[in-house]
Write a protein that binds this ligand. Structure first.
Ligand SMILES: [Zn+2]
Length: 208
């Protein structure tokens, strides 16, 4: 029964991945780029929400080091007029997915990153306390790349295995928890496509 052996071995691996993520807060396939912009989560704040964002610096330009510099408080604010408008702002996200699908991690998932700001999800305020923030390199209007959807699905699948309180109805956009104040990930983000990619990622773990 070789298939069964393969199944149980893979299944165990996947459980171990989730367990180790709960212990370390670090995604094993992410490049670690530590940001100082984080703090502890409040005691007893479970991790129960995933928030999708977008960012590009300068806006609409992709591929440079500026997002990482910004989250690590080392952006040269004299390098572009837009950078002047975000001087002194200290923010972070747990994760960033670049246009090519590369994954960067700034803050341990166990810690509280500074991505949501004033926010509310189903009556619960201060979403930073109980959420994980993932930035997609992009804008509200430019279509995201398939590589970004697949990586987001892969990461979300692992996060959901580690923190089962996050189900598909608890994956939301920044625009939904800070309406009127934030618009990301914007109309360019295809939720239907993402949910299909997520379903495929979940299926691939079960069926291997
Ligand atoms: Zn945002």
């Amino acid at each position: 029964m070789p298939d069964t052996d393969v199944f149980s071995e893979r299944h165990t691996d996947s459980g171990t991945d989730a367990e180790s993520l709960r212990d370390t807060g670090r995604i094993p396939f992410a490049r670690w780029c530590p940001s100082p912009n984080f703090g502890p989560r409040p005691e007893k704040a479970g991790i129960s929400l995933l928030v999708v964002h977008n960012i590009s610096l300068p806006p609409g330009q992709f591929g440079g080091p500026e997002i990482e510099d910004f989250f690590c408080n080392r952006l040269d604010h004299s390098a572009h007029p837009y950078f002047r408008t975000i001087e002194g702002i200290q923010v972070s996200a747990h994760l960033l997915i670049r246009r090519d699908g590369a994954l960067v991690q700034f803050v341990s998932l166990l810690d509280r990153a500074w991505h949501a700001g004033r926010s509310c999800f189903e009556g619960q305020e201060e979403c930073n306390d109980f959420s994980i923030g993932i930035e997609l390199e992009g804008t509200d209007e430019i279509p995201y790349t398939p590589e970004q959807y697949f990586k987001l699905a892969e990461v979300a699948d692992l996060i959901m295995a580690a923190w089962p309180a996050i189900n598909t109805s608890r994956i939301t956009g920044h625009c939904d928890i800070a309406p009127g104040r934030k618009s990301d990930p914007g109309p360019a983000f295809d939720w239907q496509y993402f949910r299909a990619a997520l379903q495929a990622a979940q299926g691939s773990v079960r069926n291997v």
